[in-house]
Design a protein around this ligand. Structure first.
Ligand code: FAD
Ligand code: NAD
Length: 152
């Protein structure tokens, strides 16, 4: 099966956009991801899927922790930046929540300990047990057919 056809098909599933963050010592790292889902209510589990070549993969393995920030409609630029699509290095002013770096003003910040990880093809699925979260009102940044969208 053709890769482009697969991506076109998967792109028909509309999602929000998150930035995953982690910290190893003083090294803070962020990465854009739309492969995020809620898994379980009791215990509270979520799932992210990280490409094997992403720098984030090794860092989560080392830290055993990650945070998820659900982006608001005004944070498209941050999504492009943490996807490596804006080349200049920026000094991102992360917020700290439950001792983890998170994106300021996001709709949701949640922190997790890795509960389980599963290698699945060229990605690793990280199931995280949610240790804390906070929610802010606002509109979501949407992603559909490979483009950012307003959620209406
Ligand atoms: P890098 O390329 O190393 O970092 C990304 C960018 O963030 C770089 O510019 C880096 O300089 C900057 N950066 C990171 N940390 C900091 C910091 N502390 N201070 C300042 N700058 C910093 N890939 C997946 O594996 N899973 C997904 O679910 C997924 N979803 C995506 C959804 C969308 C909408 C998009 C656009 C991309 C998605 N990607 C996904 C692709 C992924 O975001 C990129 O491939 C990413 O560049 C790979 O991550 P990395 O850890 O190697 O990041
Ligand atoms: P696109 O058309 O490449 O993506 C559409 C959909 O295809 C995505 O929402 C995702 O569900 C799926 N997809 C894309 N690349 C994938 C991959 N390597 N592994 C598994 N699923 C994948 O959209 P785009 O705007 O061209 O994406 C920008 C960049 O971000 C591309 O390099 C893309 O590969 C990457 N991306 C990766 C993932 C992922 O790894 N899960 C998800 C989204 C985007």
């Amino acid at each position: 099966m053709d890769d482009r056809l697969f991506r076109t098909a998967m792109g028909k599933f509309a999602t929000g956009v998150t930035v995953i963050t982690t910290k190893v010592g003083e090294n803070v790292h962020g990465m854009t991801a739309n492969a995020f889902m809620s898994v379980s209510l009791n215990p509270k589990l979520v799932l992210i899927s990280i490409g094997e070549k992403a720098n984030m993969n090794q860092l989560i393995k080392e830290s055993g922790k990650f945070a998820v920030s659900v982006l608001n409609e005004g944070q498209q630029d941050l999504s492009a930046y943490f996807a490596g699509q804006i080349k200049e290095e920026r000094d991102v002013g992360f917020d700290t929540f439950n001792e983890m770096p998170v994106i300021k003003d996001a709709l949701v910040n949640l922190t997790c300990n890795v509960h389980e990880s599963v290698i699945a093809g060229d990605h690793t699925l990280y199931i995280g047990e949610v240790t804390d979260l906070r929610v802010t009102d606002g509109e979501a940044l949407g992603f559909f057919e490979g483009k950012y969208r307003k959620v209406v």
